[in-house]
Design a binder for this molecule. Sequence first.
Ligand SMILES: NC(=O)c1ccc[n+]([C@@H]2O[C@H](COP(=O)([O-])OP(=O)(O)OC[C@H]3O[C@@H](n4cnc5c(N)ncnc54)[C@H](OP(=O)(O)O)[C@@H]3O)[C@@H](O)[C@H]2O)c1
Length: 274
Amino acid sequence: MARIDLRGLPIAITGASSGIGYAAAIACARAGMPVAVSARRADRLNDLVTLIMREGGRAVAVPGDVASPEDCARLVDATREAFGSVYAVFANAGYGIEKPVHETTDQELRDLVETNFWGSMNLVRAALPHMLESKRGHLLWCSSCVSKLGIPRMAAYSSSKAMQDHFARAMRVELAGSGIYSSSVHPIGTISEFSDSLKSRSGLTKRAFGRPDKGLFVQTSEHVARAIVACLRKPRGEVWTSPTMHMLFALGVAMPGLADAVLMRRARKRDRQR
Ligand SMILES: NC(=O)c1ccc[n+]([C@@H]2O[C@H](COP(=O)([O-])OP(=O)(O)OC[C@H]3O[C@@H](n4cnc5c(N)ncnc54)[C@H](OP(=O)(O)O)[C@@H]3O)[C@@H](O)[C@H]2O)c1
């Protein structure tokens, strides 16, 4: 397949006020895409728009909450109004909780699914009719490497990432031949605000992971952003940003007993850190 020239193709990105979404917005703008950025912190979005425009890119800030279907529809409408169409969406907004299931309240579980899964669906549902009409488009879902396994203490989070993964995959096949791609993105531990947010939401005393130079399985948001632009240029079903972790998770799926033993060790270690 020929590489897609991204110049002039508009993208809407949620969770753009920090981390992966922020880095993806800059990377997409540098690839020539007009970018509509969304999150709840409007001041951060305005600073991001200023940065992109100073570099000669096109950007618009559309503050909103992904859990609201109306806010996601507004994001898609604003993208079309500002740039004439919506070519791609990156459903990226999300957060994690690390707690045993019996300590996770119904409300915590519902809120997490509302943001991580429904937040993606709300954006996809708003954009898809326009993509179907123009017979082209790209849905990108920010899932995670943990979408492939139920992670102890992270059942809610890993399940929400599995839902994104499964919808992305099913839609990839449903939409085959329509000109619309659906890709799931599977980052590993990534330097962003994710780890601090998870720590405070879960009552932990230690962050989930440290700096990229301190651990084997940690990477930067810019690394993930580069992989996202590469997937927009040359669409693929799954975007893995660490071949090693891709292999380990595939092994874990094929050998559940081994995966359980490794996950048990990790869970005990995390218990000692609580
Ligand atoms: N960092 C990792 O290790 C890692 C690994 C695998 C997958 N991921 C996934 O990558 C995605 C981005 O995370 P990140 O690492 O970049 O974390 P981050 O720095 O904490 O960014 C999360 C983004 O989501 C936004 N957000 C959260 N709830 C929202 C809501 N209800 N409505 C609108 N925006 C909301 C936040 O903005 P506001 O607070 O301003 O709304 C922020 O921009 C997430 O889906 C996460 O699950 C992360």
